[in-house]
Design a protein around this ligand. Structure first.
Ligand code: SF4
Ligand code: ZN
Length: 321
């Protein structure tokens, strides 16, 4: 097959658009879509100046998504004095998995000369995910602990660094899966939270002051294209899967989505455009009720709807083992 634009050998065919693209035109198209999303979501505020720059913390895990995100952000904004960037890597304490991906992060940050910070569950909380998964005092999936700890660290460090936004590498498949899960679970409140915390364009969101807002510039790019981009650009990405990965429902949704996309190309895009609108409406409705109940955790000061936050309660039960 030939590239639609230049006639050279195509490296990919996008079922949803019908496009065939060569290496150069494919990479340019990924970059264009990411930059377009950054614009559409108003990630660069109008009042950012070299004297008072906008600071982004980038969640860099070393997997293909966050590596591609970091690479494109650097390519686009490294010379822009209105934007400051810090890459943040979290080490969960997972043997044979996180060590390699941390190496990929260090390599990339050095190559880009980007400020890079590494924090570990062990130093922060005195726990390692390998032990948590084995002891499992709450009898739940490892990811259920891990997600709470990760969110807490991302949040605290983004705040400590004085970040204006936290950018993560979620791709189109991730977002469409989350959307479909929320719809199938009938969880309208979760849709509202999804919109305000990380999905909606900045000027349409109403984020609580308490949390550093998130953004996902890769959310228009299918997972396969992110992987192909990382490969073609020879980026230092780490690909093995976490041995504790356990989100069973997401796995089912993933299969369903791939199957649907295969038979009806464009399904992921259409799910997202409809969902974003629904989530926005849900956000309008749930917003005012939500903010009133937040206070500071008695133990750690994190924002929580209870007296003691979920992270502190989980740590307590892990330590009691
Ligand atoms: Fe943590 Fe689960 Fe991700 Fe592994 S797959 S790093 S346990 S959230
Ligand atoms: Zn707490």
């Amino acid at each position: 097959m030939e590239c639609d634009k230049c006639g050279r050998d195509a490296v990919m065919h996008a079922g949803y658009s019908g496009a065939h693209l060569c290496e150069n035109h494919f990479c340019a198209s990924v970059e264009k879509r990411v930059r377009g999303r950054i614009r559409k979501d108003s990630l660069v505020p109008r009042d950012a100046t070299p004297e008072d720059p906008e600071h982004w913390v980038i969640g860099l895990s070393g997997g293909k998504d966050s590596v591609v995100l970091t690479h494109i952000l650097d390519d686009t904004f490294a010379k822009d004095p209105r934007i400051e960037m810090t890459a943040l890597t979290i080490h969960e304490g997972i043997e044979g998995y996180r060590d390699e991906s941390v190496d990929a992060c260090v390599e990339l940050a050095e190559e880009l000369q980007m400020r890079h910070e590494l924090v570990t569950y062990e130093e922060e909380f005195g726990v390692r995910m390998d032990d948590v998964a084995e002891e499992d005092p709450e009898n739940m999936a490892p990811c259920a602990y891990c997600g709470v700890f990760r969110r807490d660290l991302l949040e605290n460090y983004a705040e400590e660094f004085g970040a204006d936004k936290m950018l993560t590498g979620h791709n189109l498949d991730d977002e469409a899966e989350t959307a479909l899960m929320n719809v199938l679970e009938g969880d309208v409140e979760q849709m509202a939270k999804h919109f305000d915390a990380s999905l909606g364009p900045f000027d349409e969101r109403n984020p609580t002051e308490e949390f550093v807002p998130r953004a996902k510039p890769l959310r228009d790019i299918p997972e396969k294209e992110v992987a192909l981009y990382a490969h073609l650009k020879d980026l230092p990405a780490h690909i093995t899967e976490c041995p504790h990965a356990s989100e069973a429902f997401r796995g089912e949704i993933q299969e369903l989505m791939l199957d649907l996309e295969d038979r009806h190309p464009g399904t992921r895009h259409s799910i997202m455009s409809g969902y974003e609108e629904m989530a926005g409406l849900a956000a309008d409705r749930y917003r005012s009720a939500d903010d009133a109940d937040l206070n500071d955790c008695e133990r750690c000061g994190s924002t929580t709807a209870r007296d003691v936050c979920r992270k502190c309660r989980l740590l307590e039960s892990i330590r009691a083992v």
